[in-house]
Ligand binder design. Sequence first.
Ligand SMILES: [Fe+2]
Length: 320
Amino acid sequence: MENFPVISLNKLNGERKATMEKIKDACENWGFFELVNHGIPHDLMDTVERLTKEHYRKCMEQRFKELMTTKGLDSVQTEVKDMDWESTFHLRHLPESNISQIPDLTDEYRVVMKEFAQRLEKLAEELLDLLCENLGLEKGYLKKAFHGSRGPTFGTKVANYPPCPKPELVKGLRAHTDAGGIILLFQDDKVSGLQLLKDGHWIDVPPMRHSIVVNLGDQLEVITNGKYKSVEHRVIAQTDGTRMSIASFFNPGSDAVIYPAPTLVEREAEEKKQVYPKFVFEDYMNLYAKLKFQAKEPRFDAFKAVNSTATTTMLPTATA
Ligand SMILES: [Fe+2]
């Protein structure tokens, strides 16, 4: 088994070609990679971790325990297929921040999460341009593709996966692909649990101190016409320790129109009609909300069907 790809971003200075090749290989064959030396200060990450764990203990833990008892999840006897063993809250950064409106956050936590999000936003933009370079797309292509009328959407899901008495019966988070663009994850460096599906096997995404795990969402699969793929992943709850997971989603704007980059649609794919569909991102998200934990292909097919109906109705009526 090959090793999970770990990329030292500062090697772009000096070992650029080899590093770009590593990123390309990770995007084509894994849909995931782990970044070290990414430029986000470690002391900022330490503060984010400390405040996130404090917030969980003070504001979330008791509520989570009560909820799990109410739902009977702590004493299940058969596999649970419609719920996850996770405690979450969401922050939005772009197009406008809602951090000031989220209840129960200390002022310090708000400030720190804002700064962390700004750093992640820059890193996401930098990564998108590295992907453009590897794909032969002009610099800024992906950022522009995500823009819509109000710029990209950027948000963070703060999650904790507390110890679970029945991890074989209830998942921390059920298997899914991410709907959006590029996802940057700051995960617990001690409590593991994140796994990705590669060649039919679940593989651990190794916890590594101060790293940022990157994965590609469905939108990048569409824009690259399948050259890069969003990969299924899940969280296995652990019996010991609470796993912290801070996932930030750099996604298209809600009215951005997503479609395969014309230069990436090879003639063969076009002839065999293996071309990904075109749609408005918000419409995709509405469908995803209903089908998140199902395979992604029916989502793409649903929009292909809409596209072909639209094309048929636009064709001139045949005359004898
Ligand atoms: Fe995910």
